[in-house]
Design a protein around this ligand. Structure first.
Ligand code: G3P
Length: 501
């Protein structure tokens, strides 16, 4: 009989259902973009009910397209855009507010206030959670909902409301309200979870004024979470859950200390496995739980570029410069002059993350001349992803005390050869692209499959990863450092503008 693992990948802009066979090959897939709302400056919201209905739709369509039957699905894994926060009524199943998306900056001033009121708090939070006090993470978003939605705090205090990131919400819906849970990797992005004790942290919950009764149970990323009560007619076990970046790290088989990956999604995220003992970065990186499996917890250092794929989508949707995102390579290749005529794009649509951490920065284009064309702008957007990778890579090298020798890439934009070559050139590192670039979905499929014996061990999974291409640096050092200096100048003028508000 045929057997498959289903991955549900809840991304920021699209939701996908992807089926994997025993060889780790994709045998069925369906994806759909869903609505984004921008109700105010710096605000980004989504509709949790739409997420749920799109989830059902993509699963049904993926099964129909590939002729997969319910009784062939051995287990399900869920992976998700992290930090995005949903609060719902456990009796009615209705969200009390839209999902506040990780990109949302509405709590930036509250974060500033928190730090101004208590100079010690930043260090306390950092030591316990591995994170910075920033509006990116879930904690202040949950507090905002409780403080701003009429009646929400009173209901939360009576134990009637539940909080979850997107994994928890979808799992709760899928199990018919039976499972309110998450895994270590997602909990570690909330600002409320102690990554050393592996517990929700009472002191931080008090600071943020979030009742513990709202919080999901936290468990290993690979294990029994519950069984389906919706969408399917039979009970299918849900046995994998991980934040999308941690899932991608697992899918890239970064199982050893020092192994690194970069994922091009809506955001661009670099992670490095740092083993079983967490430490804090001195260079603006966060420390995060990678996964928990078979009683073992592994940690990652992480850096995020808030806008990666979303910057290319902006060229497509708002600027009308592209019909399809992959066309960016064709247009960028038309810019014949070296150095892209001095044009730089800083993709700070929702602020700048590691290593800059500025919630008030906004996107900018610098160096435009009378002869600048659309193609230069497109190229500048692609190159900005390479420059951000260099910023991150340098911060990782400082923290680790050595340069990483190879960077594994995945996610949609890694199929853009110009982007891969430029990144290899500007970072000065080998870039390795696997055959399967859907490593986020693969990672959580592996976590789910390992829990039910579909795959025996992580060693077996390593055998399934094959390499498509390695990009080697070709740029000379003089050009590399000239170009990168130009990027630093663009960033500095952007930060000056943000800080002078
Ligand atoms: O932390 C945000 C990250 O999880 C978003 O992921 O894949 O939607 O870019 P993605």
């Amino acid at each position: 009989m045929k057997e498959y693992i289903l991955s549900i990948d809840q991304g920021t802009t699209s939701i996908r259902a992807i089926f994997f066979n025993h060889d780790g090959d994709i045998v069925g897939v369906h994806a759909k973009e869903f609505s984004q709302f921008y109700p105010d400056s710096g605000w980004v919201e989504q509709d949790p009910m739409e997420m749920w209905s799109v989830t059902g739709e993509v699963i049904e369509k993926a099964m129909a397209k590939s002729n997969i039957k319910e009784d062939e699905i051995v287990a399900i894994g869920i992976t998700n855009q992290r930090e995005t926060s949903i609060v719902w009524d456990k009796n009615t199943g209705e969200p009390v507010y839209n999902a506040i998306v990780w990109q949302d900056r509405r709590t930036a001033e509250y974060c500033d206030q928190l730090k101004a009121d208590d100079p010690e708090i930043e260090a306390v939070v950092r030591n316990k959670t591995g994170l910075m006090i920033d509006s990116y993470f879930s904690g202040t978003k949950v507090k905002w909902i409780l403080d701003n939605v009429e009646g929400a705090r009173a209901k939360a205090e009576k134990g009637e409301l539940l909080f979850g990131n997107v994994d928890t919400w979808i799992m709760w819906k899928l199990t018919g309200g039976k499972t309110h849970a998450t895994d270590y990797s997602n909990a570690s992005r909330t600002l409320m979870y102690n990554i050393h004790d592996l517990k929700w942290d009472e002191e931080l919950l008090k600071v943020l004024n979030v009742p513990a009764s709202m919080l999901p149970k936290v468990q290993e990323s690979s294990g029994q979470f519950g069984v389906t009560a919706k969408i399917f007619k039979r009970e299918i076990p849900i046995t994998g859950d991980a934040g999308d970046q941690q899932a991608a790290t697992f899918g890239q088989c970064c199982f050893k200390k020092g192994m690194a990956k970069f994922t091009y999604g809506t955001a661009g995220v670099m992670t490095v496995n740092i083993g079983e003992k967490p430490f804090l970065s001195n260079n603006g990186l966060t420390t995060t739980i990678g996964w928990g499996i078979n009683g073992k917890v592994e940690y990652l250092l992480e850096a995020v570029a808030f806008s990666a794929g979303s910057a290319i989508q902006w060229l497509r949707d708002e600027m009308d410069m592209l019909d399809e995102s992959p066309d960016s390579e064709y247009f960028a290749l038309k810019t014949k002059k070296e150095r892209n005529c001095g044009v730089y794009f800083v993709p700070a649509f929702t602020g700048l993350c590691a290593p800059y951490w500025n919630s008030y920065a906004r996107a900018a284009i610098v160096g435009i001349e009378r002869g600048t064309t659309k193609n230069n702008i497109i190229r500048a957007v692609l190159e900005s992803l390479g420059y951000q990778t260099r910023d991150m890579f340098d911060a990782f090298s400082e923290d680790l005390g050595e340069r990483l020798s190879i960077l594994k890439v995945d996610g949609g934009a890694c199929n853009n050869n110009l982007l891969m070559q430029f990144t290899s050139d500007i970072v000065n590192v080998d870039i390795e692209r696997p055959d399967n670039t859907e490593t986020t979905a693969a990672g959580v499929a592996y976590l789910a499959g390992l829990a039910v014996g579909f795959w025996e061990s992580q060693d077996e999974i390593v055998q399934k990863r094959t390499v498509d291409q390695v990009f080697h640096p070709q740029m000379d050092e003089e050009l590399r450092s000239d170009l990168y200096n130009g990027w630093k100048r663009a960033i500095n003028c952007n930060l000056e503008w943000a800080n002078d508000r």
